[in-house]
Design a protein around this ligand. Structure first.
Ligand code: NDP
Length: 351
């Protein structure tokens, strides 16, 4: 294959802030066994990229950022079945995806069906799989459940809200601005609570959540008289440090807290007796890799997502796109809580 010296990628040479991200030109490698060389159409921006950039998660440096994307297969490595040049695929675990060209493990690639464009395919891949396993596996939503979802206008938040509602839940969200509240309500939330101006989220948020849950429950006979009190059945908390205590205090007896991230910082160690004191609660701290353990599990979840998109059950909201070279600005916007929905990097088709 001819070398493409106009290929570009985003690199950091040491842990640091968004200003340390640099554009580097490189020769796309030949794919090895089990690998695909892909022309990237869109690369997803995710918190894991920022954790790796900043050194919160340890990676060797120099480090090429990114792990998620969609694109077209240019070359297939030896001993690699299931894909041919020209196929359109998405992935969520290919290090170095902030690039014009990336090497994608075939084991992580999924064909994008006709009817789903490559932008949507990249936007739904990592956050969609996350929302899927949160709603169906970490805590299986049942009709009538009331769920609290923090950062309801975020990438995971918007998808999780739609999936939870489709599975029969009523959803309360937290958001930081009125614009975000409107987007969250449009995605199906019954209530969107503004939490950013609260002086003390831990004491001020739970009463508002409990009041909202009581009101939603009063519209139905479901759960009435089961003795578990008010509050929500499940909290999905990807904000972490600033919301964790409020999440515990918002649950009903025997409720479940699914802590799946820390956009405000990681939750420090805590006293397990709190689970007893708050009502025999369950806390789980899941990660995506453990919910796509087999090829079958990955394909089944992706098939659901693609089907829901085709049926109109799931709308994928791309809040912002940036040229690949402006990846630093994209990180800055996400870290500054400026974004709604999915943020994507688009490599120039000329480079
Ligand atoms: P979002 O699009 O939700 O962006 C993060 C949101 O968190 C912000 O928009 C903001 O919403 C809220 N937030 C609250 N406090 C802060 C803060 N101090 N700094 C920045 N943001 C803050 O991100 P994603 O959807 O990509 O990810 C959400 C979470 O899910 C992350 O913690 C991520 O690590 C986690 N995740 C976990 C996975 C897993 O398998 N465990 C997989 C994928 C993601 P607002 O302004 O409304 O408060």
């Amino acid at each position: 294959m001819t070398k493409d010296t106009s290929a570009a990628r985003i690199v950091v040479n040491a842990p640091g802030d968004y200003t340390t991200m640099q554009v580097e030109h490189f020769d796309p490698p030949t794919p090895g066994p089990g690998e695909l060389l892909v022309r990237v159409a869109a690369a997803g921006v995710n918190f894991i990229d920022m954790y790796r950039r900043a050194g919160v998660y340890k990676v060797p440096y120099p480090h090429v950022l990114g792990s998620e994307g969609s694109g077209t297969v240019l070359a297939v490595g030896e001993e690699t079945s299931g894909f041919t040049a020209g196929d359109q695929i998405s992935w969520d675990a290919a290090p170095g995806s902030y690039a014009t060209h990336a090497i994608v493990p075939a084991s992580n690639a999924v064909l994008v069906p006709a009817g789903v464009d490559l932008t949507t395919a990249a936007a739904v891949r990592l956050q969609g799989l996350t929302a899927h396993y949160l709603a169906t596996s970490s805590f299986r939503i049942s009709p009538g459940d009331i769920a609290l979802i923090h950062a309801g206008a975020g990438g995971v938040g918007l998808l999780l809200t739609q999936i939870a509602v489709a599975l029969g839940a009523r959803v309360i969200t937290t958001v930081s601005t009125q614009d975000k509240a409107e987007l969250s309500l449009a995605a199906g939330a019954s209530r969107a609570i503004l939490y950013s101006e609260m002086e003390d989220i831990t004491t001020q948020l739970p009463p508002q959540v409990r009041a909202a849950a009581r009101e939603l429950r009063s519209h139905t006979e479901h759960h009435v008289g089961d003795g578990r009190g008010d509050g929500v059945d499940v909290v999905y908390d990807g904000v972490g440090k600033t919301t964790f205590d409020a999440s515990l205090a918002s649950l009903r007896i025997r409720g479940t807290l699914v802590l799946f991230g820390g956009s405000s910082g990681q939750v420090p160690p805590f006293d397990l007796q709190q689970l007893n004191a708050h009502g025999s609660l369950t806390v789980t701290r899941p990660t995506l890799a453990h919910f796509v353990l087999t090829r079958r599990e990955l394909e089944s979840r992706m098939n659901d997502l693609h089907t829901w998109i085709a049926q109109g059950t799931l709308t994928v909201s791309v809040g912002a796109t940036y040229p690949l070279e402006q990846a630093g600005e994209a990180h800055h916007a996400v870290e500054g809580r400026k974004t709604m929905g999915k943020v994507l990097l688009i490599p120039s088709t000329a480079s």
